[in-house]
Ligand binder design. Sequence first.
Ligand code: LER
Ligand code: MN
Length: 275
Amino acid sequence: MKKGLVISTSPTRFAAVSHDGDLAHAFRSAAAFGYDGVELAVRNPNSLDPAAIRQLAGEYKLAIPAIGTGQAFGEEGLNLTDPAKTVREAAIERLKAQTAFAAELNAAVIIGLIRGRGSDDPERDQAYLLENLAEVAGNAAVMDVKLLIEPINRYETRLVNTVADGMALIRQLNTNHVLLLLDTFHMNIEEPSICGSIVKALPLLGHVHFADSNRRFPGAGHIDFPAVAATLDAVGYQDYISMEMLPWPDAEQSAREAIQYLNQIFNYQLQGMQS
Ligand code: LER
Ligand code: MN
């Protein structure tokens, strides 16, 4: 598996990322700690220069596995299920811009809170979600960019809380350009068994976020990460696991603690397999 670190390209209210205002510094320290890639949380890609970001990534030999899009909801309220048509249309346009940006960086596009929080009319929400995601996914297929649907816990949204919800939605979309993103923080709240749900999700598994039960770095809470690592190894998952965690006690230390812990649990697996 490959190790990623989530960083924001601009200041944000979403707490589980690091942002120090200096993208070059964030790339430099991610590379120095031994990460293979950085996942970028982007509010509006039109204010960024993909060529400059590609150059930075090349300089530090970092991949950009995915682009997070939730800030368009968190900072601007754009979402795919809003009762107002103008808001839904603006969310679709933003996701199309994110898809074009992602295509330049060979990254996938995450569908998190940009789907909206859900209303008292779940049937209408589902209809909007399906219709608008189908449009965004059709555009992504043309650009050959993958979308990643992230199940998010019930305290943040009513739409797509569980792995089963995510799989049902993807099957309805009926495209091979949409996969699942599993985040251990949300899984710890919603899934009956984190490891059992990873196994169930396998046919559609495209990306993983790690944070512990308290959303701090893995190892700082009570999720059984050695068991999670063993499951990911057992199912043959070789793609990115991005650390999406509170910068606690600060961004540098959480990035360092996370990768040390990852190396420990995944090396432990390797040693376990060899002995
Ligand atoms: C984003 O990846 C995430 O995990 C959500 O909690 C955003 O609100
Ligand atoms: Mn996440």
